[in-house]
Design a protein around this ligand. Structure first.
Ligand SMILES: Cc1cc2nc3c(=O)[nH]c(=O)nc-3n(C[C@H](O)[C@H](O)[C@H](O)COP(=O)(O)O)c2cc1C
Length: 204
């Protein structure tokens, strides 16, 4: 019993030290870019990669959320498992960024359960995890609305976490309007995307 308590204390101290070392190693990342999808073939991640590639003069950190599996949030899970290291790292990456680009997938006219789950976990760790952060929201889907339903819901939700959602862009009919080498192929959509990105970058 005594041994276990001592070991638990030692592990807690080690975890704290790891955390502070991580904080100490912070290099201010200007922009964090991620998709709201955990799919390894995410079209939203493709849109995020393309968008990040257009940013020449600022550091961009790309996160592939397929590498961030989280258990389904429940108060029982939080009590029993606590916050995972990857959740803490994600929170830190978000909090050190001046701007965040998120492209949202849509499931049944709503944000995906994956993304809502990420938000729920983050909000338990730090409710203002997007405080003073400029957010560029995007969405895409194979459909004509390009995930706009999902985008509109998240646009209303993010200010609760402190975000300033100043710009948004939705790419409809992904497979008709996006080419893996050329990016957005429809000239009007490409122009709108560039304008929205420029507006976002001017605030960072
Ligand atoms: C359960 C489910 C529900 C979906 N519902 C919608 C929808 O409401 N609107 C839409 O445009 N696409 C919908 N789709 C298609 C997704 O937009 C498509 O799978 C897309 O690739 C998801 O984005 P991602 O690849 O970035 O994850 C749905 C797909 C799944 C699996």
């Amino acid at each position: 019993m005594f041994k276990n308590a001592k070991l638990a204390k030692l592990l807690a101290i080690q975890a704290k030290l790891r955390y502070f070392r991580h904080l100490k190693n912070f290099t201010m990342s200007a922009i964090l870019a991620l998709a709201g999808s955990n799919s390894s073939t995410s079209i939203n991640f493709k849109l995020v990669q393309y968008t990040a590639g257009l940013i020449g003069d600022k550091e961009v950190q790309l996160l592939n959320m397929a590498n961030y599996p989280f258990p389904l949030y429940s108060e029982d899970n939080e009590r029993e498992m606590g916050f995972s290291n990857s959740l803490v790292e994600l929170r830190d990456d978000i909090m050190k960024a001046k701007g965040v680009i998120i492209s949202l997938n849509e499931h049944n006219s709503n944000p995906s359960a994956y993304f809502k789950n990420v938000l729920d976990w983050l909000s338990r760790l730090e409710i203002k995890f997007l405080e003073d952060t400029e957010v560029l929201l995007m969405s895409t889907s194979p459909g004509k609305r390009g995930g706009l339903g999902s985008l509109e819901i998240i646009e209303k939700l993010l200010p609760r976490f402190g975000a300033n959602v100043g710009a948004s862009f939705s790419l409809p009919s992904f497979y008709e309007n996006f080419d893996s080498e050329k990016g957005i192929t429809d000239s009007a959509l490409a122009e709108t995307h560039q304008r929205v990105l420029t507006e976002f970058l001017s605030k960072i």
